[in-house]
Design a protein around this ligand. Structure first.
Ligand code: GAR
Length: 205
C-alpha cells in the first residue's frame, strides 16, 4: 500500500511510522512522499534522513490553487491512503471528496471531546486541564468535510495526572497513544480490515 504523509511541524508521528516500517512492525506499506504545509516543518528533515521524497504544498502560498495542487500531486503519486500526521491545516473539499474514506487523521484528544476548528497542537491539552477531565487520549479517524468529524477508527486513552501541564500531557499522549494507534490504523487499512458502514468503522476480525 502506498501512502502520502501530510505534516506541519515536528513530525514525531511521521517518525513513528518510518521507524515501524523499518523495523517490520508495519508491513506492506511504503511512504511515497511526505507533504508539508510549510518549509519550516522539522518533519521534512526526518523524511530526508529516511530517504523519503518530500514536498511543500502551502495553502498560504497557493490560495485558491491549493486544492487542485494537492489533488494533482496525490493522483500523480498514485497513493492508496493519505495520512494526516500532525497536519495543522485543512485539506480542500475536492481532495477530501476524491479521497473519501482514504484520508486518515490523528487528533490529540478523545473525539467528540476537545476537537473541531482551532483545537490542534497544544490547545486540546490546555482545554482538557481547564475542564478537569480525568482521562484524555488520541483518536484516529477518517477525514470528511468537517473538522474531526469523520468515522472513528481507533482511540486510546491515558489518565490525566494531578500535576500534569499541557506539555506533559501532550508528550504522554503522543508517546503512549498517537504513536501507537496511528501506525496500528495504517496496518489495519493495509490488511483490508477496515470497512465503513453507515458512517461507522467496523474492524474485521
Ligand atoms: C500531534 O499531537 C498531533 O496529534 C497534533 O499535532 C501534533 C503534531 O505532532 N495534530 C492535531 O492537532 C491535528 N488536529 P508531530 O508533528 O510531532 O507528529
Amino acid at each position: 500500500m502506498k501512502i502520502a504523509v501530510f505534516v506541519s511541524g515536528g513530525g514525531t508521528n511521521l517518525q513513528a511510522i518510518i521507524d515501524k516500517i523499518e523495523s517490520g512492525e508495519i508491513r506492506n506499506v511504503e511512504i511515497s512522499e511526505v507533504i508539508a504545509s510549510n518549509d519550516k516543518a522539522f518533519a521534512i528533515e526526518r523524511a530526508k534522513k529516511a530517504g523519503i521524497p518530500s514536498k511543500v504544498i502551502s495553502k498560504k502560498a497557493l490560495g485558491d490553487e491549493y486544492d487542485d495542487a494537492t489533488l494533482t500531486e496525490l493522483n500523480s503519486l498514485g497513493v492508496d491512503l493519505v495520512v494526516l500526521a500532525g497536519f495543522l491545516s485543512m485539506l480542500g473539499q475536492k481532495t477530501v471528496k476524491a479521497y473519501a474514506n482514504r484520508i486518515i487523521n490523528i487528533h490529540p484528544a478523545l473525539i467528540p471531546s476537545f476537537c473541531g476548528q482551532g483545537m490542534y497542537g497544544i490547545r486540546p491539552h490546555e482545554a482538557v486541564l481547564a475542564k478537569g477531565v480525568k482521562v484524555s487520549g488520541a483518536t484516529v479517524h477518517f477525514v470528511n468535510e468537517h473538522y474531526d468529524e469523520g468515522p472513528i477508527i481507533l482511540q486510546k486513552a491515558v489518565d490525566v495526572l494531578p500535576d500534569d501541564t499541557p506539555e506533559s500531557l501532550q508528550k504522554r499522549i503522543m508517546v503512549e497513544c498517537e504513536q501507537v494507534i496511528l501506525p496500528k490504523a495504517i496496518q489495519l487499512i493495509a490488511d483490508g480490515k477496515i470497512e465503513v458502514v453507515n458512517n461507522l468503522v467496523r474492524v474485521k476480525p
